[in-house]
Write a protein that binds this ligand. Sequence first.
Ligand code: BGC
Length: 398
Amino acid sequence: MPKILKFPPDFLWGVSTSAYQIEGGISNDWSEWEKSIAGENGANHTCGQACDSYNRYEEDLDLVKGLNCGAYRMGLEWARIEPKPGKFDQTEIEHYRKVLTAAKKRNLKVVLTLWHWTNPIWLAAEGGWANKKAVEYFARFVKLITGELGSQVDYWVTINEPMVAIANGYVTGKFPPNKKNIWQALKVYNNLVKAHQAGYEIIYKKFPKAQVGLTMLANYFEPAHRWNLIEVFFAKIANHCWNDRFVKKLKNQFDFLGLDYYFHDRIIWHPPFKKNLNKATTDLGWEIYPAGILEVLKNYSKFKKPLFIMENGLADQSDLKRAKFITDHLKYVHEAISQGVDVRGYFYWSLIDNFEWAEGFKPKFGLYSVDRKIFKRQARPSAKVYAEICKNNEVRVN
Ligand code: BGC
């Protein structure tokens, strides 16, 4: 007999997307970089029309409703809105107003991400986030958005996963601006802290009841052997540096935390310092480790703010693992709530297959597949399972 796990009555069910990954037709620092690597990686790594969501947002919102979700996390593309420094494009602001109005018409709560890694070309030319002026520029952008669109936003995500942007952009060099420069990484780190704080203040001034937060890529760092004090120590350090430190720097200037859970890192005491057992993996080779979501929720509960799982999902083209993946993770989210952790919502990543950054279009994270030629969306079987969960506010586990 399956066990039924009920979620709190106002638990928010949703799906997440980001602007660059789905909209299409955007010129920003990422699209410029794609041009420079086009020969190496081929068309699969050119975002181009993405999922054409810029034109198909009504259809996408219908899909969100079709999943019985109460919320939609979407992003704005800064480069569209401010193609030249200080020159805002009113047509694009109107576009986003239409998207938000369409979401509201469908009675969806909107989680709006203001910065999900991509920058206007002019900002990149000025040194991007390593330039301290980026904070002022971001604040000017947030001020405009707050005034123009703020009344339609329920939850604000100022920045998405700062640690990923810093690590991939300035340490490993995997993402634009492809630097391997610790000094610059530190500058970007501090500027992103300030950008969040500036955004928080601006939104508050206009909307004193606003809910403003950010998302963190929340990894579960686990010592491979609990008796090994070196591994325990390394896991603690990793947790502090990757999960906690940035949040502590914000000095309590946030109303909620959005956690994006994908990774479990099993720490060993010698190089390469990580050895996962990988009993089950996704198409990207990432370990599937549902129990870790409970651990990251418990870890972040120390900040004493409401928590949302703002992203959790997997690349699974066959869709054979997705329904179980969702159910298994939700079992642990439920457990966290039972243990007193203040979890307010769960957002699956992602609504539709999309442009997976440096991996291109190959990984399929969507509850809906997208035909790359005609952009037709098609529900995968797991969409039905997630829709049932959202509708009944419960998950059935064995
Ligand atoms: C990012 C998404 C990305 C997802 C899957 C998250 O870290 O916010 O943009 O698509 O992971 O890799």
